[in-house]
Each structure stands twice: as structure tokens, then as C-alpha cells.
Design a protein. Structure first.
Length: 237
């Protein structure tokens, strides 16, 4: 996938759900994975021509894994001329050494969200952008269906009244396979996830199941995606 195609996906999502408004200051949450790096790349290039003017900053919540090297991400941010902040935390110690919950991903996500939001507010941001893509949307729906007994998935835009921040997901329409292609074409400096739970989660099991279903039933992900978009979820704009 080239940049033009990525931008077409992102602009469609931005326009369909009014994700960007005039004067927005957006904090892009950077994990170091292909999704968040592609999001940063897309928003920076969208910024050049989008009629509503907005500014960007990039923020990484460092979980405390010593082997995580963020220099390649810092270099990309310098190249794109986007300010970059690394927020040091001890989240990995809290999750894996102290509390040791049965579902570490849930606690980690909650702590990361809090640290990212605090950093975004200190920088004067009013919006936070996550790199969740189309496959994440479908997987979340299946997780909700299998483990909660309801048909639901995350919203393209969520307003947090307590903080005044708004969460946006501009990659909503982008298939993960296209993001992998974009990563390879533009040589994004993807950083290996050092988390010991990576690849051993319920989401990974759902991802594997979805891969099998896609092989057996051509177009099934397209139909699932269409079903989600056509549903009337209360928290969707």
C-alpha cells in the first residue's frame, strides 16, 4: 500500500466521523509497532492539505522494559518534524512483578491509557489518536461476542468527560494487511514488542481464528466489518 491509498482510508474515516476539527492538538500514541507509526505518518501527511488545521505531537509510554530502544522512532519523528516525548513508567513491574493479574493486558492498557492521557493534557492536547485498524475492530467484536455475550466493538471516537480529551481512531478503515505492506514499502522503524504476554492473549487466539475463517470463507472479514458499521451502537457517533 502506498501513501496515497493510506491517506484515502484515513481521510474517509476522519470525514465520516468528524475526527478532526479546526485547531485540534492531537497526541498520537506511539507503541513502536507498525500501526501507530503508520498513523503518525498518515496524520502528518494529511496535515499538509486537510482543510481543518491541526497540530501533532507523538508520545510513547515506556513500560519499563530495559531492552526497548526508541531511537529509531525518535529519528522518524525528527524526520517528520513532529515533537516526540517518552513518558517513563514502571508499568511492567506493577503488572508482572507486583499485581500479577490473570489478565495482564487489561491492567496494562488501563495504566498506559492513564499515563498517555496525563502527558497529552500537560502538552495542551485535546485529542488522543490510537492506531487501531479494521482488523482490530473485527477482533474486538468477536472478543465481545465470545466473552461478554454481546455484539459490540470500539467506537471511532470517544469523548472522555472527566479529562476533556477525545479519543480518535483514524485507521478504522485500514486492513492490517495493507498496514504491513505500508510498513515494508516505507521502511517504518518498527520495534519488537518486549512484553512477555505478546502473542499469548485471547486477542491473539481470536486473530488466529479469524485467519482460519478467512481462508475457509472468502470475504468474511468484509462482511463482519460491514455488519459492525451498520449496527446501531449507543456509543458510536
Amino acid at each position: 500500500m502506498d501513501l496515497k491509498r493510506l491517506l484515502s482510508y484515513v481521510r474517509r474515516a476522519v470525514d465520516d466521523y468528524q475526527l478532526l476539527e479546526e485547531g485540534d492538538k492531537v497526541a498520537v500514541g506511539i507503541s513502536g509497532g507498525k500501526d501507530s507509526l503508520a498513523l503518525l505518518y498518515a496524520l502528518k501527511n494529511l496535515q499538509r492539505f486537510y482543510p481543518k488545521h491541526f497540530t501533532l505531537t507523538a508520545i510513547t509510554v515506556h513500560l519499563g522494559f530495559e531492552e526497548l530502544c526508541l531511537e529509531p522512532v525518535q529519528a522518524l519523528c525528527q524526520e517528520l518534524q513532529v515533537p516526540y516525548e517518552v513518558v517513563p513508567t514502571e508499568i511492567q513491574k506493577i503488572v508482572f512483578q507486583h499485581r500479577k493479574p490473570s489478565n495482564p493486558c487489561s491492567l496494562c492498557a488501563k495504566l498506559r491509557k492513564g499515563a498517555l492521557n496525563d502527558a497529552a493534557l500537560k502538552q495542551g492536547c485535546n485529542k488522543v489518536a490510537y492506531g487501531h485498524h479494521r482488523d482490530d475492530l473485527i477482533e474486538t467484536m468477536l472478543l465481545s461476542l465470545f466473552f461478554e455475550g454481546r455484539f459490540h466493538s470500539f467506537s471511532p471516537k470517544t469523548e472522555w468527560e472527566r479529562t476533556g480529551l477525545t479519543l480518535i481512531r483514524p485507521l478504522l478503515y485500514v486492513p492490517e494487511a495493507d498496514l504491513s505492506g505500508f510498513q515494508n514499502k516505507y521502511q517504518l522503524p518498527v520495534i519488537q514488542n518486549p512484553c512477555p504476554a505478546d502473542g499469548h492473549t485471547s486477542r491473539q487466539e481470536i486473530k488466529n481464528l479469524l485467519r482460519t475463517l478467512s481462508q475457509d470463507y472468502r470475504g468474511i472479514k468484509d462482511r463482519m466489518f460491514k455488519a459492525i458499521l451498520s449496527a446501531s451502537f449507543d456509543d458510536w457517533p
